[in-house]
Every structure is written in C-alpha cells, then in structure tokens.
Design a protein around this ligand. Structure first.
Ligand code: PEP
Ligand code: MN
Length: 262
C-alpha cells in the first residue's frame, strides 16, 4: 500500500536512470528481436529519440504456436550487445522460471507479460531475484488481482517492481484492447510502485499510440513502454501497432511539453 512508502518507490538503474522519480522514462523498441541488423537499427533510433531503455522480446508469448516464437538466448545476447553500444538499458520478457538464470547476465529489467501476470510460481521466483521487474496487467485482471500478483513479488523481498497498464479485454473490438487509463491514477493511489503505460498493446493501432501515450503521462504515468520498429510493415510480430521511428521522435517532443522525459 501507499502508506508503506508515502513518497513512492524509486528504482535506480545501472546508468543512473531512475523510474518513479521526476522524469518520465520511455522504454521503446520492437515487439520481437528479429536479427542483429533489426535490433541494432532499433537501438540507434531509440537512443536518437532520447529514450533510455530498449525493449524487445527474445521469448515471445504468441497466441499461435505456429507464429514466430522469438530468438531466445541469441536474442538476449543481441539485446545486450546493441544496448551497450548505444548506451541503453534492456527490458525483455521472461516467460518461465527456467529462463531467469539464463537472462540475468543480459538484462536490466524483467518484463512479466500480461499472460503471465497470474503465473504465481514465476512471480514468487522473481521475488527472490535482485533485479527490477515490470509486471503488466493481465488481459482481464481486476485492479485487486494486479495488487495481489504484485504482492507475490514484493513478499519475496524484491521491491524493485513497476506495474504496467497494457489494455484489457472488453466488448469493444475496434481497438485491440481497451486501454484503461484510469488504472494509472488508481494504482498510483493504492500502491507505492511506479506505474507505466503501454499504449501499443493498449490499442493495437499505430496512430492511436501517441494520443494514448500522452494521456498516460497526463494521468500520472512514471513511464511508457512502446513498440517501435525500423520497418513496421515487415515486423515479425505486432507491426500494426509499432511506431515508425519518426513517430517516436515526434512523440518524445510532444511528451516533453507535459513532463521531463528520458
Ligand atoms: C509485449 O510487450 O510484446 C507483449 C507480449 O505484451 P503483453 O504481455 O502486454 O501482451
Ligand atoms: Mn508486442
């Protein structure tokens, strides 16, 4: 609860970037790591936009078992290599307990995906690591369920936890999900944890991402997790919701009118 730390939790990363502080922290990059060239180009574009984290999935939770499942360990190695080259931090998804040890040397932050928000064994294990975790809201999770899942990680002693609103499933089908902007101030009020918005999965439509990113920050988000691809039309996953590099660049300038952004 918020009373535990009325001033709020801040998480300081190796390069000095702080999440939960004065600045809005932007984490951007492709849905999936696809090749060395693709992720290196992405990293350069993310760094040029002024963001501090590179996102990119190496282990992908795909709805279909026949879709691209990610590059695995090779993807982790590429993420580390290009992030070191461009001065970025790495956030990437962990899908199961056996991946935790493997990932530790290559990443700066674990991402728990919407589908795993109630994988309680995974959450419990992440409570025992000493590396930050960003936990996304489940596709149909209530706020209460988000809080209880967070408790699985916190109660293990890992307080470096961020929450992330990424849209929930409703009767509306125009957008991929319904981005529950209100979850941001609600979670900020109920918890001491930093809260981020993921407008990419929130809406699933590229041109709707910037307005929902701005809305997230206006609602008090401590950061944003967004998909950007050097060539979205060729993306192996989530191309339709991936920003063009120039869209990210423009959005960063718009965000800076609302808050200090890194
Ligand atoms: C992702 O970030 O690419 C992802 C799979 O997100 P989510 O878990 O929110 O669906
Ligand atoms: Mn994605």
């Amino acid at each position: 609860g918020r009373n535990f730390r009325p001033e709020g939790t801040t998480i300081t990363f190796p390069n000095g970037v702080v999440v939960g502080g004065e600045e809005v922290v932007v984490m951007a990059g492709p849905c999936s790591v696809e090749s060395r060239e693709q992720i290196l180009t992405s990293a350069k574009q993310v760094a040029a936009a002024g963001a501090k984290f590179l996102r990119g999935g190496a282990f992908k939770p795909r709805s279909s078992p026949y879709s691209f499942q990610g590059m695995g360990l090779d993807g982790l190695k590429l993420l580390r290599e290009v992030s070191d080259e461009t001065g970025l931090l790495v956030i990437t998804e962990v899908m199961e307990i056996s991946q935790i040890e493997l990932m530790l040397p290559y990443i700066d932050c674990f991402q728990v995906g919407a589908r795993n928000m109630q994988n309680f064994n995974l959450l419990r294990e992440l409570g025992h690591v000493r590396k930050p975790v960003l936990m996304k809201r489940g596709i149909s999770a209530t706020i209460e369920e988000v809080l209880l899942s967070a408790e699985y990680i916190l109660s293990g002693g890992n307080y470096s936890l961020m929450l992330c609103e990424r849209g929930i499933r409703t009767y509306e089908t125009y957008t991929r999900n319904t981005m529950d902007i209100s979850a941001i101030p609600v979670l900020k009020k109920l918890t001491h944890l930093p809260v981020l918005g993921d407008p990419s999965h929130g809406v699933g439509i590229r041109d709707l991402v910037p307005p929902m990113a701005l809305a997230s920050v206006a609602a008090g988000a401590d950061g944003l997790l967004m998909e950007m691809h050097p060539n979205p039309d060729k993306a192996m996953s989530d191309g339709a919701q991936s920003l063009y590099p120039e869209q990210l660049q423009k959005l960063m300038a718009q965000l800076r009118l609302l808050a200090p952004v890194v």
